[in-house]
Design a protein around this ligand. Structure first.
Ligand SMILES: NC(=O)c1ccc[n+]([C@@H]2O[C@H](COP(=O)([O-])OP(=O)(O)OC[C@H]3O[C@@H](n4cnc5c(N)ncnc54)[C@H](OP(=O)(O)O)[C@@H]3O)[C@@H](O)[C@H]2O)c1
Length: 261
């Protein structure tokens, strides 16, 4: 393991890597020398990330897949194992907030779809890649402070992230005999389209625009002492987590938040 390329010879799967946190995580792993497999539903975004990753001299396999579709998710995972042979790092990052409104006004199908994407998706990716995870592998689940306490008007998202916190614990308990560490990454507010709730209407803002918009204060649902971060800061944290020694922390949460979670 070289200082500059701590993931040389390793492979990493990052879901939801077309933009936002997943893109930054994938590219930080590529710069660290990992061969990649990335997915989301938008091939054009994946192709752009693939080109950036390959500029670092690594391989990058892409798959356009809706992680709420079991057959498509299985096909993607089988393809990953066929192409990469093994998985050393799995980042369950893809997530969505589909139903930001009070329970009384919520649509049951969109409410449940949020759970399917945010919980069943990571479960299926992990399940279908499990046999291909190497001894000493790392699983990083991107969860949220919103999974630590109830809020208003976003119940499916809160519940999905709370479930993922428990999934991390269950997996950590089951996988320690294989020396596989499983941890939560809790980003705190980050400048992505998801943070900007206008994105619900289809707007996708880039990190720089959002950082400028919230330069003085974070979005009002966060305390004033929170800080909006660039997605690349999450890429750095994910790389730190991915490069812990075998037998590192497991069943834990790592966060860049500036408020008690
Ligand atoms: N931004 C924050 O402040 C923040 C804070 C805490 C936690 N998080 C978590 O961080 C993770 C990444 O969020 P982000 O802020 O980077 O959001 P984002 O910019 O909206 O990116 C989400 C990614 O997930 C993919 N995705 C969404 N639904 C999918 C599906 N059904 N199947 C496959 N891929 C899907 C998206 O691609 P397609 O739309 O092309 O499929 C995209 O690549 C999420 O789990 C989120 O809950 C974010």
């Amino acid at each position: 393991m070289s200082e500059e390329k701590p993931l040389a010879g390793k492979t990493a799967v990052v879901t939801g890597a077309g933009r936002g946190l997943g893109r930054s995580i994938a590219l930080s792993f590529a710069r660290a020398g990992a061969d990649l497999a990335i997915c989301s539903r938008t091939m054009a975004e994946l192709e752009a990330v693939k080109a950036e990753a390959e500029a670092s001299g690594v391989r990058c396999v892409v798959g356009a897949v809706d992680l709420s579709d079991q057959d498509a998710t299985k096909e993607f995972c089988d393809g990953v194992l066929a192409a990469l042979g093994k998985v050393d790092v799995l980042v369950n990052n893809a997530g969505a907030e589909l139903e930001i409104r009070p329970i009384a006004e919520s649509d049951p199908d969109r409410w449940w779809k949020t759970i399917e994407i945010n919980v069943r998706g990571p479960y299926m990716v992990t399940r279908f890649l499990l046999e291909g995870l190497s001894e000493g592998a790392k699983i990083i689940n991107v969860t949220s402070g919103m999974g630590m306490r109830a809020g208003t008007d976003n119940s499916a998202y809160h519940i999905s992230k709370a479930a993922m916190n428990m999934f991390t614990g269950a997996l950590a308990n089951e996988l320690w005999p294989r020396k596989i560490d499983v941890n939560n990454l809790i980003p705190g507010p980050v400048a992505t389209g998801m943070l900007n709730r206008d994105a619900v209407t289809g707007e996708k803002s880039n990190a720089e625009d959002l950082l400028e918009k919230y330069a003085e204060n974070p979005p009002e649902r966060f305390p004033a002492w929170e800080r909006l971060k660039h997605p690349d800061e999450i890429g750095e944290l994910a790389l730190y987590m991915a490069t812990r020694p075998v037998g590192g922390p497991t069943g834990q949460s790592f966060s860049l938040a500036r408020r008690p979670l």
